[in-house]
Design a protein around this ligand. Structure first.
Ligand code: N2P
Length: 369
């Protein structure tokens, strides 16, 4: 009898406790931040550490093209709290009114940022009002050392001739060539190769670049912006016009797999695009406080250094440089020297008319018709 009573009491106490805890749960809504970033662009332990420290869950989704992100942003209601467009895209998205101003009083780590990079991105976001730089890099030549050498012992691996000179690129067709599916990079790079101003909006100049790409089109197996990392690492392709850090990740994956594939990256000697990827908060973000906490966390020197050490991309955080792996910081394909920097161009945003011309030219190149 007393046993029964005791049990009943215990059950009642447990029920009361459960009611209290679930009441608590309902009151203190779970904190979350929804992040939409490029694929292969973070060390995921950073997200886990952020959650452990702040209790804020991270919903992390990925994309591999500015156009995909832009379509979502312009349609509105992305459902994201942090997004990462490249500077030239950010610029016209700011014009379109899709972002909210950052609350700098919540971003104490802004002082860690690198003035040189802040200045560069100010052409997209005057006064650095809407965004912080996450990473930056170049678009260049990734290749498999042995496969290229076998086919052309004196291959001009540091030149865009590798992709744009018909008699050169044809030599590598059989071992597999990928090119980024990124019209606003690949068309301007063709213009730079031809000695034209990559920022020219003259339809004739765009046409000339498109013709150069069409001439080599039959050699290109695929236009894609993320598959090449594994394809290069596994030896399934031998040449790519891709993003610096992604190609260096392919090198690391091959090294780790000990599969004998040696992958290298070159910034083309003709010059190429330097792009800067920016973190911003959409106007209709639901979790604005959490988004600021996330940005502030990312701007911690050790955190962003960990991200760079994993992705092999340079970042816009000066204080992080002492935490970078020495080889990464000293790699001039990642942190270019002055002379190389001089040869890189940044893309200004297209006006909508030119953008349409570029998109149309691109569809034609990709379809190969
Ligand atoms: C990461 C690619 C980001 C560089 N995979 C393109 N802006």
């Amino acid at each position: 009898m007393s046993m029964k009573l005791g049990a009943r009491r215990a059950a009642a106490a447990a029920a009361a406790l459960a009611a209290v805890t679930s009441g608590f749960g309902a009151m203190a809504a779970e904190r979350i931040v929804k992040v939409y970033n490029w694929s292969d662009y973070i060390d995921e332990s950073i997200l886990e550490d952020f959650t452990k420290e702040t209790g804020i869950k991270v919903q992390y989704d990925v994309f591999d093209s500015n156009e995909i992100l832009e379509t979502k942003l312009l349609a509105g209601k992305t459902g994201y709290d942090v997004v990462v467009p490249s500077g030239n895209f950010l610029s016209r998205q700011i014009q379109a009114g899709v972002f909210q101003k950052l609350d700098k009083s919540k971003l104490s780590n802004l002082s860690n940022m690198w003035p040189v990079i802040n200045e560069r991105v100010a052409i997209y976001d005057p006064g650095n009002v809407y965004a912080i730089d996450y990473m930056w890099g170049t678009t260049g030549i990734g290749f498999n050392e042995a496969k290229i050498k076998e086919r052309m012992p004196d291959a001009p691996v540091g030149s865009l001739d590798m992709l744009l000179k018909p008699e050169v690129v044809a030599k590598f067709k059989d071992c597999g060539i990928h090119v980024l599916d990124a019209p606003e990079e690949i068309i301007p790079i063709g213009m730079k190769y031809l000695g034209l101003d990559p920022n020219s909006n003259d339809p004739e100049d765009i046409k000339k670049s498109a013709a150069a790409w069409e001439a080599v089109r039959p050699n290109i197996q695929k236009f894609h912006s993320s598959e090449y990392i594994n394809a290069l690492a596994n030896g399934d392709i031998c040449l790519v016009l891709g993003w610096s850090g992604d190609i260096l990740q392919a090198r690391d994956r091959a090294d780790e797999a000990k599969n004998g594939q040696v992958i290298s990256y070159r910034i083309p000697k003709e010059g190429t695009q330097m792009w800067l990827d920016m973190m911003a908060i959409p106007k209709d973000a639901k979790n604005v406080a959490e988004a600021h906490e996330f940005l502030n966390y990312i701007m911690r020197p050790e955190v962003i250094a960990k991200a760079s050490n994993f992705t092999n991309y340079a970042n816009g955080n000066l204080a992080s440089q002492q935490h970078l792996n020495k080889e990464l910081f000293e790699d001039t394909t990642v942190y270019p020297d002055e002379a190389t920097l001089q040869n890189l161009f940044v893309k200004k945003p297209y006006d909508s008319k030119t953008q349409r011309i570029v998109t149309r030219a691109w569809t034609k190149i990709v379809s190969g018709k």
